[in-house]
Design a protein around this ligand. Structure first.
Ligand code: MG
Length: 174
């Protein structure tokens, strides 16, 4: 008997302070800018939000549990390398990404010129069509730390589809 498809939704969020003398990575793309984001890893806040959305969809905890920033192994690590590991966790459980919707909030730089590169990068990392990846951008209208240009914040929502398994607590199908 074929198990019914199971849909799972997950959300992720991340915020990093801007810091001088660092590259700015978003979605695995280096964005030309006069400062980057502070952080233990490459500080790719968009990829961090996407990873938390993927983990959240399957109730697998968060990236702090999987890749603790107290572990020197993750100093300066490529967030895209960690995303590949999270993708493996998803696929090992029989799930695939249906679509991903993301939001980048910052005053500067302008994200629009880099949107398609970021979409393509995330789509390739997840093995899905760029048409299933949305990258939106907005400012905070001068409110709060993001609005003052001190930080960059990202949000992600992902939908996964997989085959139901008994071990996941779904209703027995007889
Ligand atoms: Mg982060």
């Amino acid at each position: 008997m074929t198990a019914p498809a199971t849909l799972r939704i997950g959300q992720g969020q991340d915020i990093h302070a801007f810091a001088p003398g660092r590259p700015l990575w978003l979605g695995g793309i280096e964005i030309p800018h006069d400062q980057g984001l502070a952080g233990h890893s490459d500080a790719d806040a968009l990829v961090h939000a996407v990873m938390d959305a993927l983990l959240g969809a399957l109730a697998l905890g968060d990236i702090g549990m999987h890749f603790p920033d107290t572990d020197p192994a993750y100093r300066g690590v490529s967030s895209m390398a960690l995303l590949a590991r999270v993708r493996n966790l998803v696929e090992e459980r029989g799930y695939r990404v249906v679509n991903l919707d993301t939001m980048i909030c910052c005053e500067r730089p302008r994200i629009g010129p880099h949107r398609e590169a970021i979409r393509a990068s995330l789509a390739a990392a997840l093995g899905i069509d760029p048409g299933a990846v949305s990258v939106k951008a907005g400012t905070r209208e001068k409110f709060d730390a993001v609005g003052r240009g001190e930080a960059l914040e990202c949000h992600a929502i992902v939908l996964l589809e997989g085959q139901a398994r008994a071990s996941q607590g779904g209703q027995a199908s007889g």
